[in-house]
Design a protein around this ligand. Structure first.
Ligand code: HEC
Length: 422
């Protein structure tokens, strides 16, 4: 055997195995690509798509409607405003004991009076303002109403000094979008599910859905810029100028953040503050989880994959030094509860191990003051909005993947066909 011959033979064998290797790699690569492209078709769509209007609402519907701002850099006043669109947001105009509404005859049907049993809702963009005398003599109507209210009050409570009523005029601003202030009381929108009527203009199919958002008693947001020797800023002023559209709102640099931005920021805060170190974010299909995360009347549904589809990163967590977070939006919806809990966990929960997060409040950037409760800043709003998504994106029990696999028969219990066993 010559050297030449040996070499040829050797290289020949190498070539053969190289070709097999290359073909092998190609097959592996191709099958990986095919699996990646094909697999999603065979996955339950409820894992990758929103399946309920609750989930969509958290983003598509309610988000463009809600903005938060700090008035200026130094100021500690937080402002909430809604972005309202004609035919898009449901509005309710409702008399309150101390807030009364006057309306021209053609708009009267949109006002829910104190004695009305049903809330009247409309998707027409109407707003409230300080009474103005136009074609409808609102100032005069308001004066007349005030006189009558004062007289009625004096008759009912002869020994009490008279009360101060706020009287607002319902009017048609004739625009397709507007920014509005609304009474929030910490609850930014409500799910309309019963005792309401739509008076006009329910064009979108979701208007018929239970679970639609409505805004109560919105007043147009008008702002006024001001300048003092020390500071420059802006404030809400009914006589100021209106914000025309979303671009202008962002362009004006008023420090507004949308709810979607807040939730994303909250997710980030959850990561960097290490909340996941002590908290899990998953209701497992175990009895202890569904009972612990549930209420007295029914257990919590186990987590569904699609509850997480809007999150960039998820934090299922491994340790439960504190309670699980996946249903906290339902278990603890109170903004005030979270305010005092983040400020000083032990005020809400005796002996809590949770550290306080005082830098979520403005008076105390380093969290060193222990005396005065601070005013929540955008970090608090962000983590609060993020927590409120937990458990509020759930799949309706009738459509959930875990039906039949659920150890405590959640659906039967919700429907009253079974009882929780602990
Ligand atoms: C050192 C561990 C630890 C860290 C870090 C921690 N927590 Fe907690 N958390 C706890 C404990 C323990 C409880 C239960 C006692 C209580 O309510 O304070 C708790 C309770 C809670 C509750 C009330 C839950 C319920 O169902 O009652 C919320 C909400 C919460 N934490 C949110 C957070 C957030 C958000 C962060 C991060 C910014 C965080 N926690 C960081 C330990 C921790």
């Amino acid at each position: 055997m010559s050297n030449e011959e040996h070499h040829e033979h050797f290289s020949h064998r190498i070539e053969g195995s190289a070709i097999v290797t290359v073909i092998g790699i190609l097959i592996l690569f191709a099958s990986a690509v095919i699996v990646t492209l094909m697999a999603p078709r065979f996955v339950d769509p409820s894992w990758t798509q929103p399946t309920s209007y609750y989930q969509v609402q958290m983003y598509e519907v309610s988000d463009p409607n809600f903005y938060i701002s700090t008035e200026s850099k130094e100021s500690r006043t937080l402002q909430y405003i809604y972005h309202l669109k004609n035919g898009f947001t449901l509005l309710a105009f409702k008399d309150q004991p101390l807030v009364r509404i006057v309306a021209p005859p053609d708009l009267e049907k949109y006002v829910t009076r104190l004695k009305d049993k049903q809330l009247k809702l409309t998707s027409r963009l109407l707003l409230l303002r300080k009474p103005v005398n136009g074609t409808f003599k609102a100032v005069d109507a308001a004066a007349k109403l005030r006189q009558q209210l004062d007289a009625d009050f004096a008759k009912e409570h002869p020994d009490v000094a008279k009360t101060d009523y706020t009287i607002l005029e319902l009017y048609d601003p004739g625009r397709t979008e507007a920014f509005a202030l609304a009474l929030t009381d910490g609850v930014f929108e409500n799910f309309v599910d019963r005792d309401f009527t739509l008076v006009e203009g329910a064009k979108q199919s979701w208007h018929q859905d239970p679970g639609v958002i409505y805004v109560s008693n919105p007043q147009e947001y008008r702002y006024l810029k001001y300048k003092t020797t020390l500071s420059e800023g802006w404030r809400y002023d009914p006589e100021g100028s209106a914000i025309k559209n979303l671009e202008e709102l962002n362009h004006l640099n008023l420090g507004f953040r949308s709810r979607k931005e807040l939730i994303a920021l909250g997710e980030h805060i959850y990561a960097i503050e290490g909340c996941w170190y002590c908290h899990t974010d998953q209701t497992r299909t175990l009895v202890q989880d569904t009972v612990l995360n549930g209420s007295d009347s029914y257990p919590a549904p186990p987590s569904s994959p699609n509850e997480y589809i809007y999150q960039a990163v998820t934090y299922p967590g491994t340790r439960r030094i504190g309670p699980d977070m996946s249903r906290v939006g339902i278990k603890r919806p109170s903004r005030d509860w979270h305010k005092s809990h983040f400020w000083a966990p032990r005020t809400e929960s005796k002996g809590s191990l949770m550290p306080s997060f005082k830098h979520f409040f403005d008076d105390d950037p380093r969290g060193t003051s222990s005396s005065q409760a601070g005013i929540p800043n955008y970090k608090f709003e962000a983590i609060f909005q993020y927590l409120m998504t937990k458990g509020t994106r759930i799949t309706p029990p009738t459509q959930a993947w875990w039906l039949g696999r659920d150890p405590v028969n959640t659906l039967q219990i919700i429907e009253g066909r079974a009882k929780v066993v602990r």
